[in-house]
Design a protein around this ligand. Structure first.
Ligand SMILES: *Cc1c(COP(=O)(O)O)cnc(C)c1O
Length: 419
């Protein structure tokens, strides 16, 4: 197994990129799907933004260091990773806030329809944001299992809101098929790409998607709490704007309710009346977080440099290698991710009633994966900085922990605020 790993690493054309990340000695990091590792370039970039642009440039840096264009610039760099045009993507706010803006926008574009359709077990914030709009009397949440989604789209459905790759199981939805099914019933679609962007190739324009959001701190390596991004298809940005008509505005008009000054057509005119900016800029609400966006830009640059297609291929090889090592070791953990690698994202999830303690025991041995309640051990493969030797070591430790019941200790059962 170790020899096989050595051969795979020697043949791996992405191996040199590991050097571009800061990684702690002796750690195998299988949680890049939750918080991506630190690119070395980010340290330099943040140091220069802090010491030079902020320290020396002060307020002049909004113009001179181009701070003012960062949300659009970073959005334009994310665009090719998701199959979008640069003008369709902007980096701003959190994924949660972007969900709110786009769900509300979809409701306004489909007056007379109130249902937001999703699935039980979707990422909590997606469902909570629907519920927030429901509490305002603007939406009605409907949840059906993923096999029943297509049949459940009806003429009250304003929006189908799904996470493309399920955060817990890694299962991937058929984006083209579901988008088409929604459109046939007059509904819009919003895809949450948090576990997809930077991990799997995406084609939002080609698949005729309406809206998407995604996370900056997972595979994009933007740093803890990095800004997220939002995508709006050009055809919606081009439609006549309906802000003044509010939620009962004209069908087809795209507007979002967090109408802050940075989304204004002329923020520095300081006018009393809100006038949405043309294009994707109207997604902005307040002053962009420059430190966060600068770090995100460094992460996006690096992932774009490596290339999503190559990352995706290596991720397949890694997850299949782990499965084959576990099988060789006679370790029969129950896989809840799809067995076919083309149907899952860049992770393997295993179900075990002791998943929490097993995860803690792995961490104690220097292998950082994570646990998702109630019983899932989740191992993420961020191929930009993982080696096949890491995978072989993971299989050996995991198999040993299970066969010796090394997880069965009090210290591995203590839960802290973040699991
Ligand atoms: C990580 C994740 C989020 C995160 O949302 P935040 O607003 O950044 O906390 C949202 N949706 C999905 C599917 C995620 O995996």
């Amino acid at each position: 197994m170790r020899d096989e790993a050595k051969a795979l690493d020697a043949a791996d054309e992405l191996a040199p990129f590991r050097e571009r990340f800061h990684l702690p000695e002796g750690i195998v990091y299988l949680d890049g799907n939750s918080l991506g590792a630190l690119p070395k370039q980010t340290k330099k970039r943040l140091n220069s933004v802090i010491c030079e642009e902020w320290g020396e440039g002060l307020i002049r840096s909004w113009n001179e260091a181009d701070w003012i264009d960062l949300p659009q610039r970073v959005g334009a760099k994310i665009a090719p990773l998701i199959g979008a045009k640069p003008e369709e993507v902007i980096a701003c706010d959190s994924t949660s806030v972007n969900l709110f803006k786009l769900i509300a926008a979809a409701l306004a574009m489909r007056p007379g329809r109130r249902t937001i359709l999703s699935e039980p077990g979707n990422f909590p914030t997606d469902l909570y944001m629907i519920q927030g709009l429901e509490a305002q009397g603007l939406a009605r949440q409907k949840l059906v299992s993923y096999q029943e989604l297509e049949a459940a789209i009806d003429d009250d459905t304003a929006l189908l809101l799904l996470t493309h790759i399920h955060y817990k199981t890694g299962r991937m939805h058929d984006m083209a098929r579901l988008t088409k099914a929604a459109h046939e019933k007059g509904a819009l679609v919003l895809w949450d790409l948090s576990h997809s962007v930077g991990a799997v190739p995406l084609e939002l324009d080609a698949k005729n998607v309406d809206f998407a959001v995604g996370c900056g701190y997972k595979y994009l390596c933007g740093g803890p709490g990095a800004p997220a991004f939002a995508y709006v298809a050009q055809r919606h940005l081009d439609a006549p704007q309906g802000f003044r008509d509010g939620v009962n505005g004209q069908q087809g008009a795209f507007s979002q309710p967090l109408s802050g000054w940075f989304g204004h057509a002329a923020p520095f005119a300081f006018d009393d009346s809100y006038e949405p900016a043309p294009g994707i800029d109207r997604l902005l609400a307040g002053t962009p977080p420059i430190l966060g966006l600068s770090a995100l830009e460094a992460g996006v640059d690096l992932i774009a440099d490596i290339g999503v297609e190559r990352l995706w291929q290596k991720s397949h090889r890694m997850s299949e290698f782990l499965r084959s090592c576990l099988a060789q070791l006679g370790c029969d953990l129950e896989l809840v991710s799809p067995a076919d690698p083309s149907l899952r994202g860049s992770q393997l999830s295993f179900q075990h009633e002791e998943a929490f303690a097993i995860c803690q025991a792995l961490i104690a041995r220097g292998i950082i994966g994570d646990f998702r309640a109630p019983d899932i051990l989740r191992l993420g493969f961020a191929p930009a900085y993982l080696t096949f030797a890491d995978i072989a070591r993971t299989a050996e430790e995991l198999s040993d922990i299970l066969s010796t019941r090394a997880f069965d200790r009090l210290e591995f059962r203590q839960r802290r605020a973040v699991t």
